[in-house]
Design a protein around this ligand. Structure first.
Ligand SMILES: Nc1ncnc2c1ncn2[C@@H]1O[C@H](COP(=O)(O)OP(=O)(O)OP(=O)(O)O)[C@@H](O)[C@H]1O
Length: 295
């Protein structure tokens, strides 16, 4: 049962990160990496990360050399035009894909070259994921969904401690009284709250969020973003979030803008209008020449 759930969860996580994001974004970004006082302060560190697909004439350079150091307890948004490398970045940073070159460290642990088994264990115990499609297991109750990462990490599901921590996280996201429900009995916003509680419950080194508000209305989206912001501010969580929505990125401490597989720009904490303006400028700079000619 645990292994089945583990397999199902792993598939769901991988699918979530490989989801087809709406290819309708425009924008431009600024990027500015925080300075940390030492390696142990870093939750995420990428050095010279390149990822190419294919070979020879048909090679695609999805990431062209990403250098990044994100301190713990920070909230980073990643934006960029369609095809700029956001999904590839998230997959490489979260250990779901292997860079062609370069190194990735998570919570001070070098994951480059790690075996699949160790990577899986690291993802279960030290990373949290929040996806656009929630990715909850429909056959489990809300509480069981939240407990699952602890169970997969080896803790006994029924243990009083696991249940207490799950209840604490559900209360934190405003669903303390919904532990016995099934995901299908909750609204989309409530399901995403469960996903946030599940991502937080193991107190991971990093939470990777991929368009976490893409399926939600504006008000519900704001509530989810406030939860993520609060997790950073009050629990010391580290969040890396891919989004196409400048209003979502405005919750972050910094916005990194990808273009053509590289960090083209960054912006320290900014309002949605300023972020949208950067995206627009970036898109104008990187748009194919024929797009302008056709306009
Ligand atoms: N499996 C693959 N094989 C070949 N090329 C790929 C593969 N995955 C991604 N690419 C290419 O790598 C580049 C970056 O893709 P990626 O999906 O990371 O961009 P993205 O910014 O997430 O795009 P979107 O916002 O449209 O989802 C694109 O040119 C894409 O076509």
């Amino acid at each position: 049962m645990v292994e089945e759930a583990a397999d199902e969860q792993r598939k769901a996580d991988t699918m979530g990160l490989r989801r087809t994001r709406q290819r309708a974004q425009d924008g431009q970004y600024t990027a500015d990496t925080h300075q940390a006082s030492g390696p142990s302060d870093l939750a995420v560190e990428l050095r010279g990360v390149r990822r190419q697909y294919g070979r020879g004439g048909s090679v695609v350079h999805a990431l062209r050399g990403i250098d990044l150091a994100l301190p713990r307890s920070t909230f980073t948004a990643v934006m960029g035009p369609s095809g700029s490398g956001k999904s590839t970045f998230l997959q490489c940073a979260a250990g779901l894909d292997r860079p062609t070159e370069g190194s990735v460290r998570l919570g001070g642990t070098e994951i480059t070259g790690m075996s699949e088994n160790r990577l899986t264990e690291l993802r279960r115990t030290r990373l949290g994921f929040v996806f656009q499609a929630f990715n909850l297991l429909p056959s489990l109750t809300v509480e069981q969904n939240v407990v699952l990462p602890m169970r997969l990490a080896g803790q006994r599901t029924g243990s009083a401690r696991s249940r207490r921590e799950a209840t604490e996280m559900l209360t934190r996201v405003g669903l303390g009284d919904k532990g016995d429900r099934r995901p299908g009995q909750l609204s989309g916003g409530q399901q995403q709250r469960v996903a946030v509680a599940r991502a937080l419950v193991t107190r991971p080194d990093v939470i990777f969020a991929d368009e976490p508000t893409g399926a939600l209305d504006t008000t519900t989206a704001a509530e989810i973003l406030a939860l993520l912001r609060n997790a950073v501010d009050s629990l010391g969580a580290t969040v890396v979030m891919v989004t196409h929505d400048p209003a979502a990125a405005a919750y972050a401490d910094q916005v990194l803008f990808l273009a053509d597989g590289a960090i083209a720009d960054s912006l320290p904490r900014a309002g949605a209008a300023q972020i949208a303006a950067r995206m627009t400028a970036l898109t104008a700079r990187t748009a194919p020449a024929h797009a302008g000619a056709a306009a």
